[in-house]
Design a protein around this ligand. Structure first.
Ligand code: GLA
Length: 391
């Protein structure tokens, strides 16, 4: 997909692009730090070069017209600024409409309607954050189109999360929107989600590449056990808070967890909290390992992350487990794990370049034998966050 293709469609549907703005927001892949963001822990994602392009132009009335090159069967979706319906809106336009709603909630009332055409190349339902990219894209487009120039990219990430939580009913953390809005090219972003403090970590992988493997099991987090996991962690925190001066599981060390874990009467809640605390510790170690050039250690932490997501947090699925386990067997694979919310979607692996053909062959063959379908592979070049584009 290119911005030119999206602009061409805009012209066909809505006339010349004079006066319109052009924007891009990327998807993300998380290297480590999974299900830690709503627990006040650390995450470590990078942006993809895959993302969503958009062309927006303001109107004189209150009408909203949307078109997505990814959902041509929906045609032009008509709506209005007076038809924003939190928690009951349906279809892909619920994401941009949710952002308009969240802008107003933050005091940035969109004063007029707009025409908005989008098109992207993030495989949808793959756990690579196409919805966060769409939210951040819409935020960047509204900011420019309506002159809300004091909004920063961090604000756009927070507004995107608010819209996802309160308009679309998915209680996600801040990771995906933050990555899409803030990441820099060739870097991962190491984010402390409790303080929103971040560091850019250059991804110098020497002779290795980041490879995403798409299981093609569609992951849909709205209505999934994702919100249940959040509740389990909230229960654990409430128990700990009766005895410890903490505000989030992200503040706990592994030693503290081991000392106090028996305060949690429910064994399920205990293993959920164990994941949150240990995964945060692994993410902190992963930054040091990367900065020290110790890729082997980074890979071990990724593998341990997968095991914990599979066994303690129970957000993996047999397809992802097979892909990760098959990757661990291939010489030259530094680390491999499921990435994103889970229940389908993708794994992320770090693979020595010389081993890439063997990696793809091995995973394809194992996966085809078990499930009768081929996984898809994307070799990632860490991309740049959301931005306005020149035509
Ligand atoms: C989804 C959510 C994120 C994060 C991940 C799990 O992608 O949107 O906020 O919780 O799952 O790490």
């Amino acid at each position: 997909m290119t911005i030119q293709e999206v602009a061409k469609k805009f012209q066909e549907l809505f006339g010349e692009t004079n006066g319109a703005g052009t924007f891009f927001a990327p998807g993300r892949v998380n290297l480590i730090g999974e299900h830690t963001d709503y627990n006040g822990g650390h995450v470590f994602p990078c942006a993809l070069t895959m993302g969503i392009y958009g062309v927006m132009r303001k109107r004189e009335d209150r009408v909203l017209r949307f078109y997505s090159l990814d959902f041509p069967e929906d045609g032009v979706v008509m709506s209005s600024l007076d038809e924003l319906a939190p928690l009951s809106d349906k279809g892909w336009t619920a994401y941009p409409k949710g952002v308009v709603w969240a802008f107003a909630k933050k005091g940035y009332v969109v004063p007029a309607g707009f025409d908005f055409v989008i098109g992207g190349d993030i495989p949808s339902g793959s756990g690579l954050s196409s919805s966060a990219a769409l939210e951040v894209l819409t935020g960047a487009a509204l900011r420019d189109t309506f002159g809300f120039t004091d909004l920063t990219n961090v604000d756009l990430a927070l507004i995107g999360q608010l819209s996802e939580n309160e308009y679309n009913g998915m209680q996600c953390g801040i990771m995906d929107q933050f990555a899409s809005a803030m990441v820099k090219e060739d870097c991962a972003i190491y984010l402390d989600t409790s303080r929103l403090e971040y560091t850019y970590a250059p991804l110098q992988l020497a002779d290795a590449s980041i490879v995403i493997t798409n299981s093609k099991v569609k992951h849909a987090l709205v209505g999934s056990p994702y919100n249940d996991r959040r509740r389990d962690c909230a229960k654990a925190l409430a128990c700990f808070k009766e005895h410890l001066p903490i505000e989030s599981l992200g503040e706990m060390t592994v030693d503290q967890f081991e000392t106090y874990k028996d305060l949690l009467p429910d064994p399920v809640v205990r293993v959920r909290a164990r994941h949150a605390v240990y995964e945060n510790a692994r993410t902190i170690q992963a930054l040091s390992a990367l900065q020290a050039g110790n890729l082997a250690r980074f890979g071990e932490l990724m593998n341990a992350s997968h095991v914990s997501l599979r066994d303690d947090y129970e957000v993996s699925c047999p397809e992802l487990d097979l892909l990760a386990a098959a990757a661990w067997e291939v010489p030259g694979v530094i680390g491999s794990r499921m990435t994103g919310g889970g229940f389908g979607g993708c794994t992320v692996s770090i693979v020595e370049n010389a081993a890439l053909p063997q990696f793809q062959e091995a995973l394809t063959s194992v996966y085809e034998d078990a499930y009768g379908k081929c996984p898809e592979f994307y070799i990632v070049r860490p991309g740049e966050g959301a931005r306005a584009l020149e035509m």
